[in-house]
Structures are given as structure tokens and as C-alpha cells.
Design a protein around this ligand. Structure first.
Ligand code: AMP
Length: 153
């Protein structure tokens, strides 16, 4: 084979093709106390998860690092902050999101700086996430399937 078949081209993949759908994504809610968010993060093993409102609209992300930062006092860990502060008060809101129709390369570009991208619809409802792992998996498969073409170049 000395050409890349259209169905093997990464360009034709959309975020929808490679995303983890919302039902399978661990998340926390705006009004959850930080201790609940930390529990979800530690139990799931993820370093950050999406934050949603009660209607499943995407609002931001929260990570272990920023939660632990809230416990840093001048002379001791202020663990009480974990029950008094909410996710909403410290979550990151300045993060890029994409629609399900975004193409592979739009996802790849954002995943250089973020470990996952949130996929939302036109009304802000959460559809799922695309992870670095999903992108790397597709690239690995692409180079493997087309290895004969790359040898010829
Ligand atoms: P990965 O590329 O699989 O290592 O995933 C990158 C990041 O995406 C993880 O560190 C988590 O922050 C997030 N993530 C992956 N899968 C899930 C999931 N099922 N639920 C929530 N967050 C996830």
C-alpha cells in the first residue's frame, strides 16, 4: 500500500468519535464541599475532573493541586477549609471547550496544554471529554496502519 485511505486519515475523526461520554465521566458539582471533590479525585485516581451544575451544564474543572493549596496555612494545614469551602469558589473556569463536531487536530492542539478537553453542546450542556490517551491511541494506530506509506516517504 502506498497511499493513505480516506477512512484511515485522522482528519476525518471528530471529538464525538473519540470522546468518553458524560455517563462514564467522574464529575463534581458546584456546591460540593472541597472534601467531597478530593474524595472523588483520590478514589478515581484522576488528577482533575469536570465541574457541572445541577442541570448537567459544564462550569469548569477542579484538580487535586488546587484543593490541597486551600489547606496551606502559615504554620499548619488548615484541613477545616475542606469542609467550609465549595468547589465553585476555587474551580478553574478559564479553560477551552469544544463541540462534538470538532476535528481531531482541534482536539490535539488543546491537549498539548491540557490533559483532557470538555465537550459541550450549543447550550453549554456537558457531552463528555476527549483525553490525551484517546488522541495518542489514534495516532499510534494511524502510524501503525500506514507504516508502509511512511517507509516510502
Ligand atoms: P488520560 O489521557 O486517560 O490519562 O486522561 C487524562 C485526564 O483526563 C485524567 O487525568 C483525568 O483528569 C481525566 N479523565 C480521564 N478519564 C476520566 C473519567 N472517566 N472521568 C473523569 N475524568 C477523566
Amino acid at each position: 500500500m502506498d497511499f493513505i485511505k480516506q477512512e484511515d486519515a485522522l482528519y476525518y475523526l471528530t471529538a464525538e468519535d473519540i470522546m468518553i461520554s458524560s455517563e462514564k465521566v467522574a464529575h463534581v458539582q458546584l456546591n460540593n464541599p472541597l472534601e467531597h471533590a478530593l474524595l472523588i479525585l483520590l478514589k478515581s485516581g484522576y488528577s482533575a475532573v469536570p465541574v457541572l451544575d445541577s442541570k448537567y451544564r459544564f462550569k469548569g474543572t477542579i484538580g487535586k493541586g488546587s484543593i490541597l493549596n486551600e489547606t496551606l496555612g502559615l504554620e499548619r494545614f488548615e484541613m477545616e477549609n475542606l469542609s467550609t469551602k465549595t468547589v465553585e469558589s476555587i474551580m478553574d473556569t478559564d479553560i477551552p471547550c469544544l463541540k462534538k463536531s470538532a476535528n481531531f487536530f482541534e482536539c490535539l492542539k488543546i491537549l498539548i496544554d491540557y490533559s483532557f478537553i470538555c465537550i459541550i453542546d450549543e447550550n453549554g450542556f456537558f457531552d463528555g471529554i476527549v483525553t490525551r490517551r484517546a488522541i495518542l491511541k489514534q495516532m499510534n494506530q494511524y502510524f501503525h496502519v500506514n507504516k508502509d506509506v511512511f517507509k516510502l516517504l
